[in-house]
Design a protein around this ligand. Structure first.
Ligand code: TRP
Length: 325
């Protein structure tokens, strides 16, 4: 009798150990993706969701056949480095980096794990890849390069006659630098002046934005993550001072700026997802060209226009992809 009990206990143990082993090896079979995002603001959140949806549509569902570990660095460089190291130590199968500062951190952390970056404005100037057509190494992704010149042309149609442009951006975001360089070229060629208001962290945005009031005719922020996550503050400062505020991205218009000529980030998220699927299926990142979104649209905030006493020309309203209220 005691023998029988022992045998049953022993068999139970064997079964549970085997079950455990099975569960473990099954977990390791799942493709693991680390997503690192510099900060949470509406545009980056849209990109992430659209990326995850695209993976799902292609049959890769988090918790089912893939595992996604999403981490937000809260606009902090130390967090970026810690998260990147953790992803590399965990030997994830792929790392998806949303926005330039995140991509720079993971590119520095590994030259082996495939990296797909999303929405990096200037992948060359930010040293993410050395060739857009043939990235070569373990890195590829999507770019949301915009044109400062095109945005200024739109500004000229909505609020002609401006002379002084206040440029508000984080000078450590290389995604902003290239657009500001283009803005300065445009200004020089057109007899305009650029007055820079640079910040190095979110906490400085309010003070620097206020310091530009009274000195400039219009405000401009590129596709800058620090400004995008402080739009509640900057949008209000610009509206209260009745300064037309032009920006690099639709979400910033929705969050209170006046207008932009920019790309569609839902599509960018989907395209980033497509590239990730190619890599899951075995393609090398270095063989996949960087994709730059080429379709640009006008986005307008009508409430902001009314608050600052500006009438948006009818033809622009007609052309706009979206008019936010
Ligand atoms: N292009 C930005 C970068 O390279 C990221 C970004 C995507 C962004 N959408 C945005 C920044 C909207 C500000 C607003 O880091």
């Amino acid at each position: 009798m005691r023998r029988a009990v022992r045998l049953v206990v022993f068999l139970c143990l064997v079964v549970s150990v085997l079950a455990g082993l099975c569960a473990c090896s099954k977990k390791e079979d799942k493709y693991t993706i680390g997503i690192i995002q510099i900060v949470e603001h509406p545009s980056l959140d849209t990109i992430r969701q659209s990326f995850i949806d695209k993976l799902g549509a292609e049959g890769y569902v988090d918790g089912e056949n893939i595992v996604i570990d999403y981490q937000n660095a809260q606009n902090d460089q130390t967090n970026l480095n810690t998260i990147s190291k953790k992803f590399v130590n965990n030997k994830y199968d792929m790392i998806v980096a949303i926005a330039t500062p995140s991509a720079q951190a993971v590119v520095a952390a590994t030259d082996e794990i495939p990296i797909v970056f999303a929405a990096c404005t200037d992948p060359l100037g930010s040293n993410l890849v050395s060739n857009l057509e043939k990235p070569g190494a373990n890195v590829t992704g999507t770019s949301d390069a915009v044109s400062a010149e095109k945005i200024m042309e739109l500004a000229n149609r909505i609020t002609p006659g401006f002379k002084k442009i206040g440029a508000l951006y984080n000078s450590s975001e290389t995604n902003s630098i290239s657009v500001i360089n283009e803005l300065e070229e445009y200004a020089a060629a057109n007899g305009l002046e650029v007055i820079k208001g640079t910040v190095s962290s979110s906490s400085e945005v309010q003070q620097v934005a206020i310091s530009l009031v009274g000195k400039v005719d219009i405000l401009f922020s590129p596709i800058d993550n620090t400004i995008a996550s402080a739009m509640a503050i900057v949008g209000k400062i610009a509206r209260d001072a009745k300064i037309p505020f032009y920006v690099g991205a639709d979400s910033m218009v929705k969050d209170g700026a006046l207008a932009t000529y920019g790309i569609n980030y839902v599509i960018l998220g989907q395209e980033t997802g497509e590239m990730a699927v190619q890599i899951i299926k075995g393609k090398k990142p270095g063989d996949i060209p960087v994709r730059t979104m080429s379709d640009m649209d006008i986005y307008i905030n009508k409430t902001t226009a009314e608050k600052i006493g500006i009438t948006i020309p009818a033809d622009i309203l007609e052309q706009a992809a979206e008019i936010f209220e």
